[in-house]
Ligand binder design. Structure first.
Ligand SMILES: [Mg+2]
Ligand SMILES: [Zn+2]
Length: 256
C-alpha cells in the first residue's frame, strides 16, 4: 500500500553540498594563499577545526579584517539552481519539509553565506562549530565538542570536533516531529557516519543524495555494505541535478 509522505527532513552538509566550495579553505585561497598552503601541509598533524582557528589567528595578526573575510564568504561559489531548488521544496505545502544543516565549518561562515543568498530562514537548526567575532575583528572558532570535556565515541571515523551521526540522532530525538522520510545531502567522507543512521522503519523511505567523485562516494563503495548502509542512494554531480531530483521526488512510498 503506498503511503503519503506528509513530513520530511532534509539534512544538508554545507561545504561542497549546499555550497559549491569549501568555506574553510576558500577564505584563505582568497585572502592568504600561503596560509592555505600551510593548512594543506599541516592537515594530518593538527585537528582540522583547530587548524582553521589557528589560521584565522595568523590572518588576524597580519592585519586581515572581518570585512575582508565576510567579503570572501559572500563571493564564494554557490549555485543558483541550489538556491531555487531548496526554496521551492520549502515553499511546497506537501510534504512539509524541515531543513537541518550539519556542518564541520562554523556558525559565522554559514550564517554570513546564507544571509548573502537570502537563505537565512532555510534551516530550523544549524549544527556546527561555534564561532564569534571578538571586538578586534578576530574570528574565534572552537570545536563543537570541547576538547577538555567528554569526547564522542564514534567508531566510523568522525573527527573529534563533532560526530555528525550522533548529532543527527540527537536532533531526531529532541525534535517532536515524526518524519516520513529523511534525505541527507552530502559529499564528504565525514558524511558517511550520519547516513548510516538513516532510519529503516519504512522500507526505502530514507535517501542520501551523494555528490559524485568525492569522499562520500568512495566510502559508500568501500564500506557501505559491511557497515549496513540501508538507505536509497541517489548520485549527483552538479547542483542543477539536485534541483531536478527535488522536483521529481515521489510523494508516496511503498510499504511492505
Ligand atoms: Mg562537505
Ligand atoms: Zn560519527
Amino acid at each position: 500500500m503506498p503511503q503519503d509522505i506528509l513530513k520530511q527532513l532534509i539534512v544538508f552538509d554545507f561545504d561542497w553540498s549546499l555550497a559549491d566550495q569549501d568555506s574553510d579553505r576558500w577564505i584563505f585561497e582568497v585572502l592568504a594563499p600561503d596560509l592555505r598552503r600551510k593548512m594543506k601541509n599541516l592537515k594530518d598533524e593538527i585537528q582540522w577545526t583547530d587548524l582553521v582557528a589557528q589560521s584565522l589567528r595568523e590572518l588576524h595578526a597580519r592585519g586581515g579584517t572581518r570585512e575582508e573575510i565576510e567579503g570572501a564568504l559572500r563571493i564564494m561559489p554557490f549555485h543558483p539552481a541550489m538556491i531555487r531548488g531548496v526554496k521551492t521544496v520549502k515553499a511546497n505545502a506537501t510534504p512539509e519539509t524541515t531543513f537541518l544543516c550539519l556542518s564541520n565549518a562554523n556558525s559565522v561562515f554559514i550564517s554570513t553565506i546564507l544571509e548573502s543568498k537570502g537563505l537565512q530562514d532555510l534551516f530550523t537548526e544549524v549544527i556546527t562549530n561555534p564561532a564569534e567575532w571578538d571586538p578586534s575583528g578576530l574570528l574565534k572558532l572552537s570545536r563543537r565538542v570541547d576538547p577538555s570535556g567528554p569526547q564522542h565515541s564514534c567508531k566510523v571515523g568522525c573527527s573529534p570536533n563533532m560526530c555528525k551521526g550522533d548529532e543527527l540522532d540527537a536532533f531526531l530525538q529532541r525534535h517532536k516531529t515524526q518524519f516520513d522520510r529523511v534525505i541527507y545531502v552530502g559529499d564528504g567522507s565525514n558524511d558517511f557516519c550520519p547516513i548510516l543512521r538513516l532510519r529503516r522503519r519504512v522500507q526505502l523511505a530514507d535517501m542520501v543524495f551523494c555528490r559524485q567523485y568525492r569522499g562520500l562516494q568512495k566510502r559508500i563503495a568501500k564500506e557501505g555494505e559491511e557497515e549496513g548502509l540501508k538507505c536509497q542512494i541517489v548520485y549527483w554531480a552538479g547542483a542543477w541535478e539536485v534541483e531536478e531530483i527535488f522536483s521529481g521526488l515521489p510523494n508516496t512510498i511503498d510499504t511492505p
